[in-house]
Design a protein around this ligand. Structure first.
Ligand SMILES: [Zn+2]
Length: 439
């Protein structure tokens, strides 16, 4: 079999033309997403369009894929941070008759991994059909009031702190808590700094004088109670409840599409919450980027971002939607813990690719507002030449991005101070194999 294995991307393409199938790579417990994909082959009669994908340099383990003995993967590297295959940069190709561990030769570079399937005609069991197993979840935290003026989460968590029965299921324990009690009391986003940007190693480990800042102190307390971040003692899951002034609907935010459990949970919520539109936002721009939000303390995190809702205001419709999504997420954990098999998934997501500031006068003051055509158009396509801002004198300012993006957090009140008028995202497809609890 190894003699049939390709030596360059062009021979991969040749093999594909002969009817072999390229499928998505699996590394350890994670499956990469198809963000920034370059489709190099469309599988005939299949929804499974397959593509290149990227992982940071490091050690990749393909044990979970090797059982059939019909799989092989080849690895190409990129010398830039931009994913995309580079012909001639082929690093290796392996027959997966057993377990292989590949240590990437790249240093800070990304490697591109392809899984080649179909060398044996009867083996149509692609890795997407192979069930992944994870341990059950026993400790779950539900956080509201990370930002003290986002009222849906504040209302719900205060209610659950009085009576947590609604959060309980038979197989795990869920703890509601207020992320930023002092800011919540004053109905402000924060006291000294944004709590949801404070869960980095620097802040979590800092002593004086940073701990003079209330949110640094609070982040350390939360880390102590529900973490420590990145440790085996950390809580299994944290749900973090937010509102936005932007027209984001019932948005589900995860760091990246690579997280098998979080993506299955999002997929489950999309199918079972009864809410028509729950777009998934992938917040992390680079896989190696340090996470900083409150939910990063737990092993798996999911933030809900519901809007539009003004700061300091509670709307009953959004409150009810948030409540249904939390219930649905908890039902998912319950079913997972009870051994339910969740089938392989393919879902659409929006990956953050950039931040756009308002136009400004030389003295730094904002010189234009969000254009009426863009206002409330979160998750709608934005093309080069579309108007994005309007000056007081009525002059339109046009989008100059070179490709279509999908703006989110358009005109978010809390982002004025961050110099963000909206966030650019790209639409992508995320696929994961089936998931079941390990027994
Ligand atoms: Zn928030």
């Amino acid at each position: 079999m190894s003699s049939q294995l390709p030596a360059t991307l062009s021979s991969v393409r040749a093999l594909l033309r002969q009817g072999h199938t390229l499928v998505q790579i699996q590394c350890g417990p994670e499956v990469t997403t198809s963000c920034n994909k370059e489709i190099i082959h469309q599988v005939p009669n299949s929804k499974r369009t397959l593509w290149t994908t990227s992982k940071p340099a490091g050690s990749f383990d393909c044990c979970s894929l090797c059982s059939s003995g019909t799989l092989a993967f080849c690895i190409l590297s990129s010398s830039s941070g931009t994913p995309g295959p580079r012909e001639g940069a082929f690093l290796g190709c392996f027959q997966s008759a057993g377990c292989h561990r590949y240590q990437s030769e790249g240093t800070a570079h990304l490697s591109h991994l392809f899984l080649l399937h179909g060398l044996s005609p009867e083996a149509d069991s692609s890795p997407l059909a192979m069930t992944q197993h994870l341990p059950s979840l026993t400790r779950v935290a539900v956080c509201g009031g990370t930002h003290g003026n986002e009222m849906s989460g504040v209302f719900l968590v205060r209610h659950w702190m009085r009576d947590p029965s609604e959060l309980q299921r038979s197989t795990f324990h869920a703890v509601p808590f207020l992320g930023n009690p002092r800011a919540t009391e004053q109905c402000r986003r924060y006291i000294d700094r944004d709590l949801n940007r404070t869960f980095t190693a620097d802040f979590l480990n800092s002593k004086v004088p940073d701990t003079d800042l209330y949110e640094v102190q609070r982040a350390q307390e939360i880390n102590q109670t529900f973490g420590p971040k990145s440790s085996s003692q950390a809580y299994d899951l944290m749900l973090d409840l937010h509102n936005t002034t932007a027209n984001m609907g019932s948005c589900l935010i995860v760091d990246s599409g690579n997280n098998l459990l979080a993506m299955h949970m999002c997929n489950y919520i999309q199918k079972h919450s009864g809410i028509r539109h729950c777009p998934i936002l992938l917040y992390q721009q680079q896989p190696e980027e340090e996470t900083y939000s409150v939910f990063s303390v737990a092993k798996v995190g999911l933030a809900l971002e519901l809007g539009p809702q003004p700061q300091g205001v509670a709307r009953a419709d959004l409150l009810a939607q948030m409540r249904s999504i939390v219930a649905c997420a908890l039902d998912f954990i319950e079913e997972f813990n009870q051994g339910m098999l969740f089938p392989a998934l393919e879902t659409e997501a929006y990956k953050v690719v950039g931040f756009v500031d308002f136009p400004r006068y030389p003295n730094g003051e904002i010189s234009a507002a969000i254009h009426p055509n863009l206002q409330d158009k979160d998750f709608q396509p934005l093309k080069s030449g579309d108007p994005i801002f309007q000056t007081v004198s009525g002059e339109d300012i046009l989008y100059e991005g070179d490709k279509t993006t999908y703006p989110v957090f358009i005109n978010e009140a809390a982002y004025y101070e961050k110099r963000v008028a909206f966030i650019e995202t790209e639409k992508c497809t995320v696929s994961h194999p089936a998931l079941q609890k390990s027994f």
